[in-house]
Design a protein around this ligand. Structure first.
Ligand SMILES: NC(=O)c1ccc[n+]([C@@H]2O[C@H](COP(=O)([O-])OP(=O)(O)OC[C@H]3O[C@@H](n4cnc5c(N)ncnc54)[C@H](OP(=O)(O)O)[C@@H]3O)[C@@H](O)[C@H]2O)c1
Length: 402
């Protein structure tokens, strides 16, 4: 329904060619009266970005890769589209802080998402945060910049969006003060929840990226298979909700119907449910505090019939245990974990490393590097770069070994 009081929101989608980016554009497509695409960005997918430019006619399109940017520019010239093409990493910061941008979807995968997300915070934007790695690497700095520049940080990760929906108002004052005593973070357990532990060393990239419930990018799919994704989410939840690690309980819920729960001191347990489709949390964050159609079918609870829960097995999923450990250790430990994980997952996807060596690379890297206080960006970027180098060395040593 048309509402004449609506002000059109300018949107920048960082990582528009990825799974989250494409789902975001699908929500935008359904609400042309509410959202205007100002900028789209990708790393190198020029053809996909070209198609998106034809449909959404953004003011800017960024491709980090220079050659890909040149190809996009030529295609847009031929098609007569006026979008200005930019290249290089610094262009991501530029479009995330444009004056006519109100909301920034932070959906770049990995550490590359940190700087543009910080740029959006410093420009006081509403940040729709899918890129959990930004908080894992640099939670303290990002949260402080959000506060300092009066930006807004709304979680898009389905679990954190669910928690946000179940939280009382003013939870930022402290969870105990608002009667919250636990956050139950649900996890599907990925494709190897029941596979024999002895055969995990034979897992192929194709098996690891085949998630039973969600369609996601390759890196997060492997993270889900190792449960590092849940570990990163525990860290993300601590920052977003100002929670102690001991307040976050991971619950295996293979159906992915409940997206997380919040437990209150009066005995109430609030859960957010829905079909596993990222357009729900994306639309929620984009329209908050309003609600808009997202294209997701309502949940048929009679078809679901019953809900199942289990405790996670930390032996099967050592990455989850490591995430709790680094969180308790503090400082640059979470940055190192994140960087080592990115290198290990990449090596696994390139068939240089076995699946069970992913946690070993992370463990060895964490053992090798001295952790320091993570109180400024330079220290964090240095820790990230050192951890990448050290884990690459470990990959060479463990390559092709079980
Ligand atoms: N997918 C999900 O369901 C889901 C759910 C919750 C949270 N998340 C989080 O959302 C983020 C995105 O996930 P995704 O599954 O959408 O990933 P994805 O499908 O792999 O897409 C990643 C996007 O980031 C761009 N990109 C990759 N490397 C880059 C770099 N170095 N510099 C600039 N841009 C770069 C890619 O561009 P190209 O296409 O050119 O490579 C693409 O647009 C991740 O942090 C993930 O943990 C995802």
């Amino acid at each position: 329904m048309w509402d004449s009081n609506l002000t059109v929101q300018g949107i920048c989608v960082l990582g528009s060619t990825g799974t989250i980016g494409v789902n975001t554009l699908d929500v935008i497509r359904r609400h042309p009266e509410r959202y205007n695409v100002i900028a789209l960005t990708a790393n190198q997918a020029d053809e996909k970005l070209f198609q998106q430019c034809i449909e959404f006619d953004p003011q800017y399109a960024v491709l980090v890769n220079n050659d890909a940017a040149q190809r996009l520019k030529e295609k847009l010239d031929v098609a007569g589209v006026n979008t200005e093409v930019l290249s290089g990493v610094e262009s991501l910061d530029r479009v995330a802080s444009l004056e006519n941008v109100d909301q920034v979807m932070a959906a770049i995968v990995g550490a590359a998402g940190l700087l543009p997300t910080l740029a959006a915070a410093r420009a006081g934007k509403r940040i729709l945060l899918a890129n959990k790695e930004a908080l894992v690497m640099s939670g303290d700095i990002l949260m402080k910049e959000v506060e300092r520049y009066k930006a807004e940080l709304l979680p898009v990760d389905s679990e954190h969006n669910a928690i946000f929906q179940c939280m009382p108002r003013h939870f930022e004052k402290g969870l105990e003060k608002v009667g919250v005593n636990k956050i139950l973070l649900t996890a599907s357990g990925g494709p190897f929840r029941t596979r024999s532990i002895d055969t995990l060393c034979d897992v192929t990239p194709e098996e690891a990226v085949a998630h039973p419930n969600w369609v996601m990018g390759q890196k997060i799919s492997v993270d889900s298979a190792t449960m590092m994704n849940k570990g990163l989410e525990v860290i993300e939840a601590c920052w977003l909700f100002n929670a102690q690690p001991s307040m976050i309980q991971v619950v295996l819920h293979s159906q992915s119907i409940i997206h997380s729960m919040v437990s209150y001191t009066d005995g109430s347990l609030l859960a957010q449910m829905g079909n596993p489709d990222m357009r729900t949390p994306i639309a929620h964050a984009m329209a908050w505090p309003e609600r808009i159609p997202s294209g997701v079918e309502p949940l048929d609870i009679f078809e679901v019939a019953k809900l199942e829960f289990e405790k996670p097995d930390f032996k099967r999923f050592p990455c989850l245990a490591m995430a709790y450990d680094v969180l308790n250790e503090g400082g640059t430990a979470t940055t190192i974990l994140n960087a080592a994980n990115e290198i290990a997952v990449d090596a696994f996807l390139n068939r240089q490393l076995s699946f069970t060596n992913i946690p070993r690379i992370i463990e060895k890297t964490l053992e090798t590097i001295t952790k320091v206080e993570a109180d400024n960006l330079q220290t964090i970027l240095q820790a990230d770069s050192e951890a990448r180098q050290v884990s690459l060395d470990w990959v060479k040593q463990l390559e092709f070994r079980q």
